[in-house]
Write a protein that binds this ligand. Structure first.
Ligand SMILES: [Zn+2]
Length: 77
């Protein structure tokens, strides 16, 4: 396991299955629907100076019981 990057004071998780507004832009920015996790990651990288710390897969259960895989990214700055 890689050592934690130094100087990271704030970490945010971006998931492909949750529609969430950017906490920094508040109401001024809305993500696309259907969600595009890459678009969200790029937004945090370019607009707010985050670095990509980790990208992985997450298994989630939908409301009707189906299991599906989604991408989750951990960003920090
Ligand atoms: Zn933003």
């Amino acid at each position: 396991m890689a050592p934690a990057p130094t100087g990271v004071q704030e970490v945010i998780g971006v998931s492909g299955n949750v529609i969430k507004q950017c906490p920094h832009c508040r109401g001024g920015f809305s993500f696309s629907d259907p969600p595009d996790v890459g678009e969200r990651i790029n937004h945090f990288l370019k607009q707010h100076g985050y670095k990509l710390l980790h990208v992985g897969q997450q298994t989630v259960e939908s409301s009707n019981g189906d299991l599906w895989q989604t991408t989750v990214a951990i960003l920090g700055k």
